[in-house]
Design a protein around this ligand. Sequence first.
Ligand SMILES: [Fe+2]
Ligand SMILES: [Fe+2]
Length: 280
Amino acid sequence: MGKISLQDLLKKVDDLPALPWVVKRVMELTEDPDSTARDINEVINLDQSMTAKVLRLANSAFYGFPRRISTVTDATIMLGFQTIRSIVIAASVSKLLSQEVEGYALLPGELWKHSQSAAMAARMTARSIKFPKIEVAYTAALLHDLGKVILNSYMRESYEEVIDKVEKEKIPFSQAEEEIIGFNHALVGSKVAENWNLPPELVEAIAFHHSPELAKIDPTLTSIVHVADFICVTMGIGIGADGLLYPLSPQAVNLLGLGEQDIYQLISQLSELLVDQDTF
Ligand SMILES: [Fe+2]
Ligand SMILES: [Fe+2]
């Protein structure tokens, strides 16, 4: 199988299901200063499985609320609009990201675990450097490897060839991917995010999570996603083939003002959280 044509790729991107109506509506409501927690509750409650997932995520160890959150209205009041919005996006992509992604050597559930861990690591990193758009960082990291789902079938056939190239030429996985199949999963994922009308800085962070020095709109956001991904790869969380050769960008680390010690700190913070299985 040779390289993918741009046309085939765009068709694949278009074939992916659109974001559900509920998610779009919640995105609009959370942008509107006039909406209330009750408005958000009303929309989410129209979708039973969404309601259940949102409550489960809101009650996960990550947020650490001592008392159980039992309604979406309470969750919205306690967590805030931006957090509810990222939870709704997470709930809507959990199934898509939970499937087996053989082409990247990922068993069922592994990509989801990697995505969620990266999202948490991004939130911690954003918090530690006082980056104001914490929830955008969370969502960008959650979706960063989305392109793998689309490239899966192509990678299945070219897997050996890509791995061979990484090992022989000692180049990063995403570069070998691009040279052999024509595109890397980062760019492909950004095309999906664009189709979903996600904000441009979020699209960019997905596109350049393996090359954060190329970001122009919001280099800090892209660097956060890169570092968060690196942390998960270092910890061995759902890495599959992508973890083979993963260089940490010195520019990204510099831009965030992080030292080696800070990265260790983030790693230990994330491991503590992950001990609690309830997080997923
Ligand atoms: Fe990646
Ligand atoms: Fe990743």
